[in-house]
Write a protein that binds this ligand. Structure first.
Ligand SMILES: O=P(O)(O)O[C@@H]1[C@@H](OP(=O)(O)O)[C@H](OP(=O)(O)O)[C@H](O)[C@H](OP(=O)(O)O)[C@H]1OP(=O)(O)O
Ligand SMILES: Nc1ncnc2c1ncn2[C@@H]1O[C@H](COP(=O)(O)OP(=O)(O)O)[C@@H](O)[C@H]1O
Length: 279
C-alpha cells in the first residue's frame, strides 16, 4: 500500500494540485516528476546514469536504484508520472536523516535568470556561501517517549555556520537535541561518521570519483545521510548510509570537473564532519 513518507525532511510536498512523494512496503520511493523541465531533467539523468557503463559499481551504490517511471493516481491531481526509486530509509526502524545541499552555489549558468536570482539570494542567506553546503532538512530520533525531532525546515536552512556545526554534532549524539543546556555528547560520532564504512569514508570515496569524472554536473543536489539511531543506542551497527539525491538541475559535464560539487564535499567531510568527530 502506498503512503506518505514520514521520513521526508526537505523538498516539495503535496499541495496546490501537486502530489508529494509516496513510499510502499517493498522499499520503493515514488517521487512525482515536476511538470516543468525539472521533471524531464531528473528522469533523463536517472535513465542516463543507470545505463552509463562509465560509472563504476562502487560509485553507483551512492545513488538510489532507479526502477523507471510510473503513473500513479493521487488525490486531487489525477494520474501523475513518478520516478520509482529505492527508498534509502527503508529498513531503518528509527531513522535519523539529514539532507545536505552541496555546493557554495546552487545556480548554474544554463538556468533561467529568475532561477539564478532566487538561488543567489538563498545561497547568501544560508550557510552555502560560507561553508560550501547547507542543511536543507533534518530529523533526529530522540527516544521512545519523545519520538522524532523534526525542526522547522526554514529554521534549519537558515542556520549560521556555527549553528550548522552544532547540528552536525547533534546528529551523532545520544542526548536530547532540544535541551539548550546540554552539549551534544557526540557519542556515535566514531561509529556513524568514522570507521572504514562510516559516513566520512563513504564521502571520501564519492569525492575521489568526482575529482575525476566530467560526465555530469550535479547542480543543487543533496547528500542524504541516514542511520538507525535506535540501533546505535543498543550498541548495534546502525547502517550509516550516504546517498546522493535530487537531480532536477543536472547538466552535462562536457569534459569539465564539477568544481562546485567537489568543493562542497571537500568542505563538508574534511573540515566539518571531522571536526564534529574529533572534538
Ligand atoms: O519552493 P521552495 O521555496 O520550497 O523552494 C524549493 C527549495 O526549498 P528550499 O529553498 O530549500 O526551502 C528546494 O530545496 P530542497 O530540495 O528542499 O533543499 C528546491 O531548491 C526547490 O527547487 P528545485 O526543485 O530544486 O528547482 C525549490 O522549489 P522552487 O521554489 O524552485 O519550486
Ligand atoms: N530515494 C529516496 N529515499 C528516501 N528518501 C528520499 C529519497 N529521495 C528523496 N527523499 C526525501 O525527500 C526529500 C526531498 O527530495 P528531493 O529529491 O530533494 O525533492 P525536491 O526535488 O522536491 O527538492 C529529501 O530531503 C528526503 O527526505
Amino acid at each position: 500500500m502506498l503512503k506518505v513518507p514520514d521520513h521526508q525532511v526537505a523538498g516539495h510536498q503535496a499541495g496546490h494540485g501537486h502530489p508529494g512523494p509516496l513510499i510502499d512496503d517493498s522499499g520503493r520511493f515514488y517521487k512525482p516528476l515536476q511538470d516543468d523541465d525539472r521533471g524531464a531533467i531528473e528522469a533523463a539523468f536517472y535513465t542516463s546514469f543507470s545505463s552509463n557503463t562509465r560509472v563504476p559499481d562502487h560509485i553507483r551504490r551512492f545513488f538510489p536504484v532507479f526502477y523507471g517511471t510510473k503513473l500513479l493516481a493521487s488525490d486531487g491531481s489525477g494520474q501523475w508520472p513518478h520516478l520509482v526509486l529505492e527508498d534509502v530509509v527503508s529498513g531503518l526502524s528509527h531513522p535519523s536523516v539529514m539532507d545536505v545541499k552541496i555546493g557554495s552555489r546552487t545556480w548554474y549558468p544554463e538556468a533561467s535568470e529568475d532561477y539564478i536570482q532566487r538561488c543567489f539570494m538563498k545561497d547568501r542567506k544560508t550557510s552555502s556561501l560560507d561553508l560550501g553546503f547547507r542543511i536543507s532538512g533534518l530529523q533526529l530520533y530522540e527516544s521512545e517517549e519523545s519520538g522524532l525531532w523534526k525542526p522547522d525546515r526554514k529554521l534549519v536552512q537558515h542556520l549560521s555556520a556555527d549553528e550548522v556545526r552544532v547540528v552536525l554534532k547533534k546528529f551523532v549524539s545520544s542526548n536530547s537535541p532540544i535541551d539548550p543546556n546540554l552539549n551534544p555528547d557526540c557519542s556515535f560520532a566514531s561509529s556513524v561518521y568514522g570507521g572504514s564504512s562510516g559516513i566520512l569514508a563513504q564521502l571520501l570515496e564519492l569525492k575521489s570519483w568526482f575529482e575525476d569524472q566530467t560526465i555530469y554536473h550535479l547542480n543543487s543536489c543533496s547528500v542524504l545521510m541516514v542511520y538507525d539511531k535506535k540501533k546505535e543506542l543498543k550498541g548495534e551497527s546502525s547502517d550509516a548510509k550516504v546517498k546522493l539525491i535530487d537531480f532536477a538541475h543536472v547538466t552535462e559535464g562536457n569534459g569539465i570537473i564539477d568544481h562546485n560539487f567537489v568543493g562542497g564535499t571537500l568542505l563538508f567531510d574534511k573540515v566539518h564532519l571531522r571536526y564534529s568527530y574529533q572534538s
